[in-house]
Design a protein around this ligand. Sequence first.
Ligand code: PLP
Length: 391
Amino acid sequence: MTESANANIADYYDAETFKRIKTFADGKETPFVVIDTATIDRQYNELVEGFPYAKVYYAVKANPAQQVLTMLRDKGASFDIASVYELEKVLALGVTGDRISYGNTIKKSKDIRTFYEKGVRMFATDSEADLRNIAKAAPGSKVYVRILTEGTLTADWPLSRKFGCQTDMAMDLLILARDLGLVPYGVSFHVGSQQREIGAWDAALSKVKVIFERLREEDGIELKMINMGGGFPANYITRTNELKVYAEEIARFLHEDFGADLPEIIIEPGRSLISNAGVLVSEVVLISRKSRTALHRWVFTDVGKFSGLIETLDEAIKFPIWTDKVGEGEDCVIAGPTCDSADIMYEHHKYPLPLNLAIGDRMYWLSTGAYTTTYSAVEFNGFPPLKDYYI
Ligand SMILES: Cc1ncc(COP(=O)(O)O)c(C=O)c1O
């Protein structure tokens, strides 16, 4: 038996916000996620306050809902785009190409051309083949090269290995960019999503500094921009520092490496901007034990890995869970509703859900505004995609 059976709401939402979300959710058929746009508004302001010298390119992949994009457009954000489909979405809202960066290093030549034709002039790259495609399909554009970072072990959702290249190749690519008639504009990195270790930014910026200096001294190339990507953490069970602390430390690293006169700085927040605005509401479908003496209950709920909670893979992201039942808790395995045995969210990390939790009760998955709706399968086992509401 354990004591604290529920997440403490006050750690994640102020009372008024949670009440607003819960009142809206009451009576609606589960599962669904409710996103509180006022929270996004506040978090955006906090980011801008924390990084006053940086331009914010919202990572659309975190949540591409029209309500979110419109609001960020109106607040003056730019957009980090991963595909032509995301591009269409932001263009449809009247966002112009000069507020868009094509941040995916893996792209078809014809897609590069589409971005170019729509007025986009800033492209990420990490390979020669992609760079040559950019030179042909988007002549004269600005390119920034993404470097590999070593934050894999301390990020809960690491993005390393697949993206980026080593420093020496980054320099070769920037020189080649110049020779191909492109603008060698800068360097980018992503320290891994839900990165809790502030030192990851320090290590990445040290590499960027070397590239800036070497290219200036040895090749006469004056880089103009650092794209620090995303990675700023959201509030889940595994606690982190406050955003302010990351912001202060990162500013210190930047000034140590680049002096008072910083190059243009870009950040691409996704998770940190959106996660804490969302609450996913599910219903308990079944509770069972695997034997008469089993120590753990299995709690099956109507949302799972295939309906928005894919980031529970390897139990990487531990979402706080709240129910309105109070009292003693008991460690549970929590699983989804499909006929797939991979559809278990938490088995090693045992959540102590209240012992009196019953079939039909609601579970509130906190901090689920980012990377949930879009990860939901379209028809796995016949289940429809996760519904989303914006208040
Ligand atoms: C290029 C790029 N920028 C920004 C982000 C957003 O990262 P986060 O959600 O950790 O803020 C991602 C996430 O995958 C990304 O791939």
